[in-house]
Design a protein around this ligand. Structure first.
Ligand SMILES: Cc1cc2nc3c(=O)[nH]c(=O)nc-3n(C[C@H](O)[C@H](O)[C@H](O)COP(=O)(O)O)c2cc1C
Length: 363
């Protein structure tokens, strides 16, 4: 097993939900970049479950400790390694269900691949907890991209039957982003956020869970980043986004709905303004031929409902190879979507900085 991403910027994530620590190594970061530690800590808090009524009762502070790669707060060119200690662990929660497969979780496939040697507590390396080191790497990449004028923002587009408004695909989004930054719950329309939280609460009361959709937008990305075929922007962002457990789908621009449109409806007409080539619409989501067009890069990510639910489910006891009922107690997010919003920004930032490093010659 290895969790390694990247061609220029190499990101390696290690640890398990209940191991002593989890962490990330970053190779080839540009030297001389001063990390804003307060900004990094604020970013980590957006993923954390602390002070979030709709998330797991497992409360980890997610205090980041840098082991290498920095002199003071500035990258020195050496591999950067950062860890977070796991403090709030309760392996006993998993003892009674150790041999019973959790439907829609990775227990069965992990067993088939690692022959029983996998760490089962808290989902081991398959856990949503592994998105904490993903967010450390992402926070650093976001800061570097921001220093180059590239900004990445995500919000909850949909939970169950409640939908937020969308980012503007062609132009200025300052107003929507300002509203988003002011809300603790990551939506543009605060009233829709209240309705979403009510739906999550209702599902949790019924011992059930919910999924949803996250929309992400990248502004300021110059035209000309990416490659055709295997190394396109869609390929690389998708690979990084699927590192987030529970992600089941991604669509760029108008995505699957492009199949319903005629060429005359789907094509984004070009025009020139202030010596810059732009498109009148943005069905292509800022990517043509795997390469950035200079228009906002927009994509949506679908997440399934949290697999661990309190409702009794049919399953299999693997040690006895017989059918058995399963009721999961433990501590779980009734809806993963709000905490996955910074994870989506982080994954996009890692993929884009990796590609940006082929485009931009660093000092
Ligand atoms: C931030 C975050 C938190 C998660 N918390 C839980 C949880 O509390 N309980 C659970 O069953 N799954 C949780 N998941 C999802 C599972 O880890 C995931 O569904 C499982 O590993 C199987 O992977 P797959 O859904 O990608 O196939 C979480 C995912 C994320 C991103």
């Amino acid at each position: 097993m290895s969790s390694v991403f990247g061609k220029n910027l190499i990101v390696t994530i290690f640890g398990q939900s209940h191991s002593k620590a989890i962490g990330v190594c970053l190779d080839n970061l540009p030297a001389g970049f001063e990390i804003d530690m307060e900004d990094l800590s604020d970013f980590m808090k957006r993923r954390s479950s602390i002070n979030k009524p709709y998330s797991t009762k497992r409360k980890e502070k997610d205090q980041v400790e840098f082991l290498s790669g920095l002199v003071g707060n500035t990258t020195c060119g050496a591999p950067l390694c950062a860890i977070i200690y796991n403090n709030d662990i309760k392996p006993q929660d998993y003892e009674s269900i150790k041999n019973i497969l959790r439907p829609s979780h990775a227990d069965y496939t992990a067993q088939m691949k690692y022959k029983g040697y996998q760490d089962p507590t808290g989902g081991g390396h398959f856990s949503g907890r592994m998105t904490a080191p993903l967010c450390i790497a992402g926070a650093i990449c976001l800061q570097i991209l921001k220093s180059e004028g590239i900004k990445i923002h995500a919000h909850i587009k949909k939970i169950y039957d409640v939908e937020d408004i969308s980012f503007n695909p062609i132009g200025n989004n300052e107003d929507n982003i300002k509203k988003l930054m002011e809300n603790d719950f990551p939506v543009i329309d605060i009233n829709k956020g209240i309705l979403m939280q009510e739906q999550i609460h209702k599902a949790s009361q019924n011992l059930d869970s919910l999924g949803g959709i996250i929309e992400c937008a990248v502004y300021g990305l110059p035209a000309g980043i990416g490659d055709p075929m295997f190394d396109g922007i869609e390929n690389n962002i998708s690979k990084a986004i699927f590192a987030i457990p529970a992600v089941k789908g991604i669509e760029f621009g108008n995505g699957f709905s492009c199949a319903d449109l005629k060429g005359s409806e789907n094509n984004d007409a070009f025009y020139v303004e202030n010596n810059k080539v732009l498109t009148k619409t943005n069905n292509h989501g800022g990517i043509l031929g795997g390469i950035s067009s200079g228009m906002p890069l927009i994509f949506k990510v679908a997440l399934k409902a949290t697999p661990s639910i309190g409702i009794e489910q049919d399953s299999v006891n693997l040690s006895q190879m017989k059918n058995e009922k399963l009721r999961i107690n433990g501590r779980h997010d009734p809806c993963i979507v709000p905490r996955a919003v910074p994870c989506v920004e982080a994954a996009a930032a890692i993929a884009l900085l990796d590609m940006f490093m082929s485009f931009r010659i660093w000092r």
